[in-house]
Design a protein. Sequence first.
Length: 174
Amino acid sequence: MKESKPGLWWLLGSLLVTAVFLGPARSAGEEMPGKFSVPPPPFSEGIFPCSQCHKLIPVNRNQRKLEQMHDDIVLKHMPDGWCFNCHNPDNRDTLRLASGKIIKFEESYLLCGQCHGTVLRDWKVGLHGKRTGMWNGEKQYLLCVNCHSPHDPVFKSLKPLPPPVRPSDIRETK
């Protein structure tokens, strides 16, 4: 009788688990079955709807340093990026995919998924981001912008907290 190889069984088991949980491969823009229930995006107070100000301002499609209202936004997301790579210049209350398709801010995960396809796939199945709800029922997803700034998505460094006090170092006071 031949000796079994544990590495081979581990590999086959991993492939089976991956196939069961991830299902067939899908492109980043292809929707998985079901609707994604998301909360409203975390807009800065008084900013949305964008059209309340932008309906009074003619569209300037030239890439430039922003002045006045949005001068605090510095785009550190993509090389040579510009507002209208994502924002719809014709209706500022919506976003625009690379294909030209117009989407609501609640569907911004589709916009992010154009470049971050593997992260979108993981988000849809609950491996990235925060998802709450029932394992076999309705789920609520947080949008990418609930955790990442869309203009500068890399997490900033945090100062670590001190370690907890060991129980043996706790002194009782009377």
